[in-house]
Structures are given as structure tokens and as C-alpha cells.
Design a binder for this molecule. Structure first.
Ligand code: URA
Length: 223
């Protein structure tokens, strides 16, 4: 796994801080960067000010993520949609309601031992698919989140998140049903809630995936 310094080096957070003429008094000093709360602050600040890809020109705001920053469960979707772009929180639209129900079905709740984020922190205009340069530009933010959270399990929602995390173009039907690894963290793939809203019969398969994820978490926690 990358060290925190590697991740923040990739993020370029250090140079960004040094480029500032005089940090406002309310901002923690650079020397405090080692403390977890400060690094989350830095990460949020970097995402808010990010111009690393063209999406920064069209988004309303960067959407870092939401939930328990010490969560065992890390849920990763694709990218903010219109509602998320407006509200600054992942999965707040219809798909978000279904995600909350999916989490509840395995005894989980948004914000309680669960952190939710996306591969992309900025909304692609018109909800088009993320492009490779955008994924590459955003990747350091996701790596930093994983480094900070240290989740026990990642649940990848949908083809896009699964393929980009696992570096494969295998179909989601072939990726689900087994436990993968991302940066040494067990990763389970399931359907994206927005897809499930349009394809109700696949909800049964998503339930199986959630059960696999829960079993995997139980086996990690009792090991
Ligand atoms: N779809 C996603 O993948 N992420 C969101 O935050 C909302 C919808």
C-alpha cells in the first residue's frame, strides 16, 4: 500500500500549500499535516480547489465523500450526478435512496461505520461516462481517502467503479460473486443502484453480493 506521504506527494498538496503567500490564520499550519484531522482538511481543501481535469470548469463543487472517516466499509460509486453536484454529498438522489436501502438490508447505515465516495469527485456534464484522463486525475484523492480511512472492505458499485478500481474491462457479471483486492483491501463488486432502479430483477443478485460482502467482513473481523 502507498504510504500517506506517497499519496499526498501524488496529490501535490505540499507544493499547493507552499505556493500560498500567507495562509489564513484559521488554517492549520503545514507542520501539522501529520495529524489525521489536518490531512482530511487538506484533502477536502485540495478537492474543493482542484482544477486537475476539465470537469472543474463545469461542476458546481467537488464532492469528496460522506460518512464515518474510520469506517470498516468503504462504498465507491462512479461520479456525482446533478443532485450530488448541487448538494456536495454522494448518492443523495434516487440512486442514493436505493443505496441506503441496500445498506440497511445488511444492517448498515450511511455514516455509521460506512464511508461513501466516488471514483470521480466532480460531475461529468450531462452525466456522461467518466473519461480516462479524469479518472487518472482523481485517483490520488481516492488513494488518499483509502489511506486515511483504512477500510476493511470496499464495495464497488457498478461496472465503471469496478473496472476502474480493478484495472480491467471484464463485464460486471464476471466480476461479481468473488472477492477481489484493491491495494490489499478485499473488494466486492455489485450493481450500481441507478442500474438496479431500471433493472429490478437484478436486485436479487445485488442482495447476493451484499451477503458476500457481509460474510467477507465477518470473516475479517473474527480472524
Ligand atoms: N451515482 C454515483 O455513482 N455516485 C453518486 O454520488 C450518485 C450517483
Amino acid at each position: 500500500m502507498l504510504s500517506r506521504d506517497d499519496v499526498f506527494g501524488e496529490l501535490g498538496i505540499g507544493p499547493v500549500w507552499r505556493l500560498r503567500e500567507a495562509p489564513p490564520a484559521s488554517r492549520p499550519p503545514l507542520t501539522a499535516a501529520g495529524s489525521p484531522s489536518t490531512t482530511w482538511d487538506q484533502l477536502a481543501d485540495a478537492v474543493a480547489r482542484c482544477t486537475a481535469c476539465k470537469l472543474s470548469a463545469t461542476r458546481t463543487q467537488g464532492v469528496l465523500g460522506v460518512g464515518d472517516r474510520n469506517a470498516d466499509w468503504l462504498i465507491i460509486g462512479e461520479a456525482p450526478g446533478a443532485d450530488e453536484d448541487a448538494q456536495g454529498e454522494p448518492f443523495v438522489g434516487q440512486a442514493g435512496k436505493l443505496l441506503d436501502a441496500m445498506l440497511a438490508s445488511v444492517g448498515l447505515k450511511r455514516g455509521e461505520n460506512v464511508y461513501i465516495t466516488n471514483v470521480l469527485k466532480s460531475r461529468p456534464p450531462g452525466n456522461r461516462n467518466p473519461e480516462p484522463d479524469e479518472v487518472a486525475a482523481c485517483r490520488p484523492y481516492l488513494l488518499a481517502q483509502i489511506e486515511l480511512i483504512q477500510p476493511k472492505l470496499i464495495l464497488a458499485l457498478g461496472r465503471f467503479a469496478a473496472q476502474s478500481l480493478l484495472g480491467t474491462d471484464e463485464a460486471i457479471a464476471r466480476l461479481r460473486g468473488r472477492v477481489h483486492r484493491f491495494q490489499d483491501v478485499p473488494l466486492v463488486v455489485t450493481y450500481h443502484p441507478a442500474y438496479l432502479l431500471r433493472n429490478l430483477p437484478d436486485k436479487a443478485r445485488a442482495w447476493e453480493d451484499l451477503c458476500l460482502a457481509r460474510r467477507t467482513m465477518q470473516s475479517i473481523s473474527t480472524a
